[in-house]
Write a protein that binds this ligand. Structure first.
Ligand SMILES: [Zn+2]
Ligand SMILES: [Zn+2]
Length: 241
């Protein structure tokens, strides 16, 4: 390992020129995290979103077709970006190439969205990985995002959610099968502190919302009065109205 990569590893963003490069295209920049071109390719979700999963809607409605008419445990949800283009490049880099410093670039945005939405949560928590999965990756991306936000908005963390079962084949399952699979995936310890409290779940990507929905149900059964969700980005549902 070179001295530079050794120091980058310790300090995350890097002491030399790493922090002066755009996180997406690595072009030299003089401030911030992104060059202007890549910044314009981060597709921010505007005012049309589903209130239960936070995903973008192409029409103005309160809920997406997936959430509409269903009993849902997530009371309110927001997501910063669409999971496309520059954002999906970043997520993959951060998740699979160990570039966890990328998450720091979004703390300010997450904080602003939290304040704008008036979440006022008593606790911030995150979607956990199993111990084995976290060991393999070296970190849990949702925990990093949650801890960054917790520090920025001064809301304490709730770390009593454990993932006790790997759910590796979610992609091939339909919504009902996913929900079944996820039912027994989480365990909550220290339930007492949750009673009557509102909890915000933080995650990196919302795909269908099934994972956060299962976790929100678990938190509510443990006594939480409200459960909210904030994600860095989300897959836009195909809307048919
Ligand atoms: Zn760039
Ligand atoms: Zn929805």
């Amino acid at each position: 390992m070179s001295l530079k990569s050794f120091i980058d590893k310790i300090f995350g963003k890097g002491l030399f020129n790493t922090k002066w490069k755009c996180l997406v295209c690595e072009k030299e920049i003089f401030e911030g995290y992104f060059c202007d071109e890549c910044k314009s390719k981060l597709l921010r979700i505007g005012n049309a979103y589903c209130d239960h999963c936070g995903r973008k809607l192409n029409v103005s409605a309160a809920f997406c077709t997936t959430c509409k008419g269903r009993l849902v445990n997530v009371d309110k949800a927001r997501s910063l970006f669409e999971y496309r283009g520059a954002v999906s490049i970043l997520i993959k880099k951060a998740k699979y190439s160990g570039a966890k410093y990328i998450y720091d670039a979004f703390t300010e945005d997450l904080k602003n969205l939290y304040l704008k939405t008036c979440f006022n949560a008593d606790y911030i928590t995150f979607v956990p990985s199993t111990e084995k999965a976290e060991k393999e990756r070296g970190y849990n991306q949702s925990r990093i995002l949650a801890e960054n936000l917790s520090g920025a908005v001064n809301v304490p963390m709730f770390t009593g959610v454990k993932k006790v079962k790997d759910t590796p084949h979610q992609a091939g399952l339909n919504r009902k099968e996913r929900a079944e699979n996820l039912k027994t995936a989480f365990r909550i310890v220290n339930k007492k502190s949750l009673v009557g409290k509102s909890v915000l779940i933080v995650d990196d990507v919302t795909t269908t919302g099934a994972t956060s929905e299962a976790l929100a149900g678990k938190l509510k059964r443990a006594g939480a009065s409200k459960v909210y969700l904030m994600t860095l980005c989300s897959v836009t549902p195909e809307e048919k109205f």
